[in-house]
Design a protein around this ligand. Structure first.
Ligand SMILES: C/C=C1/OC(C)=C(O)C1=O
Length: 336
């Protein structure tokens, strides 16, 4: 087959354009790999990794950008080894890229489509051996959605796992219009989206969020009515209580003290104190399709860490930065 080049153009100002060579698909590719569990030092850059096979209901995506998530680091540390796929592993859940090949059962996508998604339907149960920190990745078509036209690949790559987690957590608490919410870690990858979805999609009456001093203005810019500086006060000591507390940091024992009688507390990680509950995100392209209008209208924005994107060669440095827990928004790898 001939050379297929896609010229991507965002519809927002400042417009950005990027040419992506989609085919011919090689048999070998560049990817980051680890053959043993451990620290960042087990990550190796390999120029001769086999391009993954894909099933009839899957697509092969030419990766343009990928995002790092805490689950990538925890998985590499072996915290989920009991349910992990075999080593060696190519890490990475989030992808934004261009469809390079489609399986025979795929109807919703064709070669050249610009897509984004989280490639692991169940984050901790058998995540794919060949992830997104690679030139190509295979994924079920049902986990993908068209990339929002106004976002470049780097911005889009940072959304799937975080926005699906934010949305699913709000749904699971029964959050709805007119309710109040407190978001713990409002400047994080998930928290920065919980603030926006609560306000713009669910119709929150009031949104409060915690962050450090340097991120209080960001909370307000995302729509928070109350920005709480956790270096200066304890949110659970404030007189105001909330219908829902979304714990995106691991402070469930404190979160339940900020909940109104009859309210709900959802936690992403860490020990759970009743009535708080924990869940693990299920990836679903339909959630991304449902949220695309909010992204394309600009009502909901992707938050990329101010350090900017890390190059493909800098993946180990990017993980070191992510694991400081100091990132604001998402840590993105672009271009790949
Ligand atoms: C994205 C999934 C996760 O699930 C747990 C328990 C974490 O700590 C994650 O990051």
């Amino acid at each position: 087959s001939g050379r297929f080049v896609v010229k991507s153009q965002t519809t927002s100002a400042p417009a950005s354009s990027e040419s992506v060579t989609v085919t011919p698909v090689p048999s070998q590719m560049k990817a980051w790999v680890y053959g043993e569990y451990g620290g960042v030092d087990v990550l190796k850059f390999d120029s001769n990794v086999g391009v993954p096979d894909f099933k009839e209901d899957e697509v092969l995506v030419k990766v343009v950008a990928a995002a790092l998530n805490p689950v990538d680091a925890k998985r590499r540390q072996g915290k989920f080894k009991a349910t992990d796929s075999p080593l060696p592993t190519v890490p990475g859940y989030d992808v934004a890229g261009v469809v390079a090949k489609v399986g025979s059962q795929v109807k919703d996508f064709k070669v050249g489509d610009e897509v984004y998604g989280d490639i692991n339907e169940k984050a901790l149960e058998g995540p794919r051996q060949f992830g997104t920190l690679a030139e190509y990745t295979a994924v079920e078509a049902k986990l993908l959605a068209p990339k929002p036209k106004n976002l470049d690949f780097a911005q889009a790559a940072g959304l799937p796992l975080a926005i699906e987690t934010a949305y699913e957590g709000l749904e699971r608490t029964g959050f709805s219009a007119g309710k109040s919410i407190l978001v713990l870690n409002g400047s994080g990858g998930v928290g920065s989206l919980v603030i926006q979805l609560a306000k713009q999609v669910f119709g929150a009456s009031r949104v409060a969020a915690t962050a450090s001093t340097r991120n209080l203005d960001l909370l307000k810019s995302l729509g928070a009515d109350l920005a709480i500086d956790y270096t200066k006060e304890n949110f659970e000591d404030l007189p105001e209580k909330f219908d829902v507390v979304y714990d995106a940091i691991g402070q469930c024992d404190r979160a339940v003290k900020a909940m109104k009688e009859g309210g709900s507390v959802v936690a992403l990680t860490g020990a759970v104190t009743p009535p708080g509950f924990r869940f693990v995100v299920t990836s679903n392209g339909e959630v991304l399709k449902k949220l695309n209008p909010y992204l394309e209208s600009g009502k909901v924005k992707a938050v990329v860490d101010p350090k900017g994107t890390f190059s493909f060669a800098q993946v180990a440095d990017a993980f070191s930065y992510l694991e400081t827990n100091r990132a604001t928004g998402k840590v993105i790898i672009h271009p790949i």
